[in-house]
Design a protein around this ligand. Structure first.
Ligand SMILES: Cc1ncc(COP(=O)(O)O)c(C=O)c1O
Length: 351
């Protein structure tokens, strides 16, 4: 704390990102990165940008990337917004579309950045409890609100809400923006982008950090009605006109163009997830049904914090949350078959 801090800064409660350890030789299953590298076409496209043109600013609108995303999803490029990671896209959404005095609604167990953005932008919020099986019940969202947001599949549970339920939520809340955060949708869900033409209150966000294996590049996007996108552009152009550099625009566009690589690596992660779930269950874990690249599991007889510490001692890092309702769970990123085996080997000694 410094005397130079404004009262606003003193009261901020920042997000705490998952650990990015410096040691090598760790089995890192704590921040839901993709164990397979990015598309080779994306790497080549980025390398091609490493030249004299770096003295020039990038395209402030990232048109090439917007068009690649629009082509991929069969929408218009004015329905697409791009930003520096989906966290930045989400920040602009909170700032531009949720500041209405009425409470924003999101699940009690969800992505922990949402309450942080509420604090940053002064947005009142109410959490809505997941049911006993950790699923979102849309009936529980039938209350006055200034917007609704949830990840689908949800994080850290991995549970998926079907598109029909999302459509009902949109119909029940015509005066609120409903944001579906699809950070993990490519690992087993169906995107709600197919609904944007029918619902002007829907905004779908995605990231290239997970299924496209570009967490280090920082690229995220939103798709929705052009008027919602315009609100985000207005904020972006009042904050930082160039959130994506030349490498990011080129690499992200190429990643969207390389469908075959994307589909193959997603299939590999999904297959490993199935195997890992089976092995965890054999060790006595209860595992929530996951449509994501991570698994949320608890052992009925072992303390989760102790298991996480025991794994860490053996060089395997997973994520443990201290929030009361989920403190007996571990969130485990699906790794390569070898990484998953290393996890199971250590857990076998601990359980
Ligand atoms: C649900 C959810 N949304 C958004 C993000 C942010 O992703 P990024 O800023 O890397 O695009 C994450 C990251 O873990 C996430 O879990």
């Amino acid at each position: 704390m410094s005397k130079f801090w404004s009262p606003f800064v003193k009261n901020l409660v920042p997000y705490v990102p998952g650990e990015q350890p410096k040691m090598s030789r760790l089995v890192k299953l704590n921040t839901n990165e993709n164990p397979y590298g990015p598309s080779p076409r994306a790497i080549t496209a980025m390398q091609a940008e490493l030249n004299d043109s770096l003295r020039l600013y990038p395209d402030p609108n990232g048109e090439r990337l917007k068009q690649a995303i629009a082509d991929y999803y069969g929408v218009q490029s004015n329905q697409v917004f791009v930003g520096n990671g989906s966290d930045e896209v989400l920040a602009h959404i909170f700032h531009g579309l949720f500041q209405h005095g009425r409470p924003l609604l999101f699940p009690d167990v969800t992505y922990s950045f949402y309450p942080v953005y509420c604090g940053l932008y002064g947005i009142p919020f109410e959490t809505v409890a997941l049911d006993e099986e950790f699923r979102i019940r849309i009936e529980d969202y039938a209350r006055p609100n200034g917007g609704i947001i949830f990840p689908n599949p949800n994080a850290p549970t991995g549970c998926l809400l079907p598109l029909e339920s999302i459509e009902r939520l949109l119909e029940d809340n015509p005066d609120s923006v409903v944001v579906v955060d699809e950070a993990y949708v490519d690992f087993g869900g169906e995107t709600a982008i197919s609904l944007v033409d029918r619902h002007a209150n829907l905004l779908v966000t995605q990231t290239l950090s997970k299924s496209r294996s570009l967490a280090g590049l920082r690229v995220g996007l939103a798709v929705g009605h052009p008027e919602l996108i315009e609100a985000l552009e207005r904020i972006k152009n009042s904050f930082n006109s160039y959130p994506l550099d030349r490498m990011a625009i080129a690499g992200a566009a190429a990643a969207f163009e390389d469908r075959a690589y994307f589909e193959q690596t997603c299939r590999q992660v999904i297959a490993s997830r199935g195997q890992l779930v089976g092995e965890l269950q054999q060790l006595g874990f209860e595992v929530l049904p996951s449509a994501a690249n991570f698994i949320f599991a608890r052992h009925p007889e072992r303390d989760a914090e102790g298991l996480a510490a025991g794994l860490r001692e053996q060089g395997v890092i997973v994520r443990h949350f201290k929030q009361e309702r989920i403190r007996q769970f571990l969130r485990i990123t699906v790794g390569t078959p070898e990484q998953n085996q290393a996890l199971i080997d250590v857990l076998t000694t601990l359980c």
